[in-house]
Design a protein around this ligand. Structure first.
Ligand SMILES: NC(=O)c1ccc[n+]([C@@H]2O[C@H](COP(=O)([O-])OP(=O)(O)OC[C@H]3O[C@@H](n4cnc5c(N)ncnc54)[C@H](O)[C@@H]3O)[C@@H](O)[C@H]2O)c1
Ligand SMILES: N[C@H](C(=O)O)[C@H](O)COP(=O)(O)O
Length: 338
């Protein structure tokens, strides 16, 4: 394997992260077949946790060593977890190390030693208990890359994608009763600009077609079921079209995701977490990917979490992690060819 490796963070070592990495590696390390060629990756985390799963692990000391190792072992930049790791039982003492692994990973991509970041799942509660002050990876990685030069509208924007659906979020981990306050024209327009630019930068779509989801049932039914479409969303869409974006007026969300509807757009701007994630994870839970748009670096993640209820049982599926690695590889390649 040639080229700079992706850098993978192990995520919470008590979750399914180590297991899905170990299961994905032999699939991704085989010479590329009909699927898109995959670059190599190096893992930042506790190599002993991977080795305990029976995976062939090779400690490396620089990402540049990963390509030579990748065909026969999982290259690991070893940073031990401070507390014993028990699958299914997260330990806040290890959460501090998890945050450190993420930071080290981003630093290697900022320095140009890695081509992009793939993050195995973290669990928010133990991270918060350890003092982690971000809602999740998305905001943390945006903070870590805030000083990097970036030509375009800066994110972060969370995008969940599966099959032909790319659903991008205006709000992420907020309570539903906060939506009337948070769904503003400014926020919607910034997200739409990030998505438009990312379709070109990261996906090679030169004339992106965007759809916008309405907030209220039946897009507010002419104002009789809410006013956000009339007062906020339609004016925002009109302003974006005046800027040159190809974006619809707010459309009823319940008819945005069937096969024919999805064929009419390249990405959809959704207003809240489950409005985007339910259709994506329903369409293909096992193949869905979480990507962060609008950052100076590429970052993807599986669409699932730490799966503490199954960690250590050998039943975790690596499909979504494999899809996340493939997508990061494709996004990095698209950026490299611009
Ligand atoms: N990318 C991420 O870091 C990420 C994504 C989603 C959720 N989370 C976090 O993970 C923690 C647990 O979240 P949750 O319980 O809502 O969702 P989850 O995805 O961890 O688990 C939901 C269900 O899916 C199953 N599952 C998850 N991954 C699987 C896999 N690879 N193979 C087979 N089955 C799998 C689990 O066993 C569980 O039954 C939370 O703290 C959440 O915030 C992190
Ligand atoms: N909402 C995300 C999902 O369900 O996939 C998840 O919480 C991950 O968020 P971060 O990538 O910001 O950690």
């Amino acid at each position: 394997m040639s080229g700079r490796p992706l850098i993978v963070t192990m995520g919470d070592p008590a979750g399914v992260g180590p297991e899905i990495i170990a299961k994905a590696w032999p699939i991704l390390a085989t010479p590329p077949g009909p699927l898109a060629p995959v670059t190599s990756f190096a893992v930042i985390g506790d190599g002993d946790v991977l080795a305990a799963l029976g995976a062939p692990v090779q400690q490396i000391f620089s990402p540049s060593e990963a390509a030579a190792v990748f065909s026969r072992a999982i290259p690991v930049l070893h940073h031990p977890a401070p507390a014993p790791v028990t699958p299914g039982q997260p330990d806040p003492r290890n959460a501090v190390a998890v945050a450190d692994w993420i930071e080290r990973t981003v630093d290697l991509v900022i320095s140009g030693e890695g081509s992009g970041v793939v993050t195995a799942p973290i669990a928010k509660a133990p991270m918060y208990a350890s003092g982690f002050r971000f809602p999740g990876h998305t905001e943390f990685i945006a903070e870590l890359t805030a000083d990097m030069p970036f030509s375009g509208t800066r994110g972060p924007v969370m995008m969940l994608t599966a099959k032909d659906l790319r659903a991008c979020l205006v709000t992420i981990h907020v309570a539903i009763d906060q939506l009337p306050e948070l769904v503003t024209a400014e926020r919607v327009m910034r997200v739409a600009r990030v998505v438009h630019e990312s379709m070109k930068r990261d996906f090679g779509i030169q004339a992106p077609r965007l759809a916008m989801a309405a907030l209220n049932p039946h897009a507010g039914e002419g104002g009789s079921i809410g006013l956000q479409e009339i007062e906020i969303l339609r004016p925002a869409a009109a302003s974006l079209r005046a800027e040159g974006l190809n974006i619809t007026d707010p459309l009823p969300a319940d008819t945005l995701f069937h096969d024919e509807a999805r064929a009419r757009y390249d990405a959809v701007v959704c207003l809240y977490h489950d409005q985007a994630l339910i259709p994506v994870k329903t369409l293909d839970f096992w193949g869905g990917v979480n990507a962060t748009l609008g950052l100076p670096i590429v970052r993807t993640s599986p669409d699932h979490g730490t799966g503490f209820d199954i960690a250590g049982k050998g039943v975790a599926r690596a499909d979504s992690f494999i899809a996340a690695v493939r997508l990061a590889s494709e996004m990095a390649a698209a950026r490299a060819t611009r």
